[in-house]
Design a protein around this ligand. Structure first.
Ligand SMILES: C[S@@+](CC[C@H](N)C(=O)[O-])C[C@H]1O[C@@H](n2cnc3c(N)ncnc32)[C@H](O)[C@@H]1O
Length: 185
């Protein structure tokens, strides 16, 4: 079993769904979590985590932490020697995602409420890996600036999944299929 498959097994989606959605946990599509937002489609999350290639001990940023599921999956991949910082824009969802995460005993992973007008968590940068689960119209410079040297970011931009790899001043951007996400605001 590869490490992403292991993470899916260790961190079941059902623990990150509202009670009325739990019976649909096996459905391979996005599920509503309130405020017009969703817990992402498992197939898509799997593809994004494969691209991200998280290694044990890394420092990871999860933008659009939502239910906390991706934050917990990332925390499984980094292991306890790593750090995972989730950030979420909607206060009610941030609080609920934090409660979901806290019930999984992964103290190296946390979720914070986004500061108005601030994208990501720049004060705690740089990050070896950045996962973005909401879609901007163009690649945000603010997030690229939060990537460490040799860092990787997976982000859906204008309907296309991008893998961004930073090496010194060089930025390599590759395209990995078409996806639909809620907007990054
Ligand atoms: C697809 S949803 C949740 C994905 C989450 N990883 C999950 O599976 O539950 C994307 C989330 O991004 C949040 N979001 C949108 N813009 C954001 C921003 N600028 N900063 C942080 N979160 C943002 C939305 O509120 C929403 O909860």
């Amino acid at each position: 079993m590869d490490s992403v498959a292991g993470a899916f097994e260790a961190v079941p989606r059902v623990g990150f769904l509202p009670s009325r959605q739990r019976r649909r946990a096996a459905y391979d599509g996005p599920l509503p979590i309130g405020d017009g937002q969703t817990n992402s489609q498992p197939h898509t999350v799997r593809a994004m985590l494969e691209l991200l290639d998280v290694r044990p001990g890394q420092r990871v940023l999860d933008v659009g932490a939502g239910s906390g599921w991706t934050t917990a999956l990332l925390a499984h991949l980094t292991g306890r020697d790593g750090t995972v910082k989730g950030v979420e824009l909607v206060p009610r969802i941030a609080q609920w995602g934090k409660e979901n995460l806290d019930s999984h005993q992964m103290p190296w992973a946390t979720i914070e409420l986004a500061e108005p007008g601030v994208l990501g968590l720049p004060r705690q940068a740089p990050y070896d890996r950045i996962l973005v689960s909401a879609e901007p119209p163009a690649l945000p410079d603010e997030l690229v600036a939060q990537l460490a040297d040799d860092g990787r970011m997976v982000i859906p931009v204008a309907g296309v999944m991008l893998l961004v790899v930073k090496q010194g001043d060089d930025l390599q951007v590759s395209r990995h299929g078409y996806y639909r996400f809620v907007p990054l605001r």
